[in-house]
Design a protein around this ligand. Structure first.
Ligand code: ZN
Length: 232
């Protein structure tokens, strides 16, 4: 049995990188950065799942103060079948109040339409937790960095944790990579421009080593988890 028996899975990639990814068998969660990324009709074929979202870093642009317009665009994308992301909160970037307003809207759309939601949290876990209210949609905490204690309230709310190279480089996250429940574990390239294959292979190898299971077993588990998210 070879690794190729299951496709490589990427729980967080951006449109340009997904387009250049020539591995049609890969399963990709393609996250928007801004409205150009979800203006078209989604193509859910060949393992590409499209997410509509306005990234918190974008919100420095004055046009996003017109929340009614962008909230409507997002809702229309969700009606066309998009999932939700990337959204979230980031204290290293400006307009935290506006970020909160956008994040809350993405979250409410995920609740209303029962779609998976991918969020980003940098120095903002407390504020993110305030927004996550039941009934919880299926959620992915992308590029998770933090201790098992930091992960706990998110796991309690049903979140999947997605680990990136940034997670691997953080000593505080090592224990969380080891102990995260198998049925909540994901990996991601977070690639904007590059082929995700080498990074996904490296992540899979290192995470399997830390969790003391085979790469094949971990790969199969991640595929199962992504399918749980897709099936809503
Ligand atoms: Zn991203």
């Amino acid at each position: 049995m070879s690794l190729n028996e299951f496709p490589l899975c990427d729980a967080h990639i951006h449109p340009k990188a997904a387009q250049i990814c020539s591995h049609t068998e890969f399963l990709l969660f393609v996250n928007s950065i801004c409205e150009q990324d979800f203006a078209r009709f989604p193509s859910f074929s060949a393992g590409r799942y499209q997410f509509a979202g306005i990234h918190p870093w974008q919100l420095r642009k004055p046009k996003y103060k017109n929340t009614a317009y962008y909230f409507d665009l997002l809702e229309r994308a969700v009606r066309r079948g998009f999932f939700l992301g990337e959204t979230g909160l980031d204290r290293l970037h400006p307009n935290f109040d506006l970020q909160t307003e956008y994040f809350r809207h993405h979250f409410q759309l995920a609740q209303t339409y029962r779609r998976p939601l991918t969020f980003h949290s940098v120095h903002s876990d407390d504020a993110v937790l305030e927004i996550l209210e039941p009934p919880y949609p299926k959620m992915i905490y992308h590029s998770f960095v933090g201790s098992p204690k930091a992960a706990e309230p998110f796991l309690k709310r049903g979140c999947f944790l997605s680990f990136s190279l940034r997670s691997l480089k953080s000593p505080a996250t090592e224990e969380t990579i080891r102990t995260c429940p198998a049925d909540r574990f994901l990996i991601e390239s977070d690639s904007t421009e590059d082929d995700p294959a080498p990074l996904l292979t490296e992540l899979l190898q290192k995470a399997a080593e830390q969790r003391q299971i085979s790469e094949k077993k971990l790969q199969k588990q991640i595929l199962t988890n992504m399918n749980v998210l897709i099936q809503g």
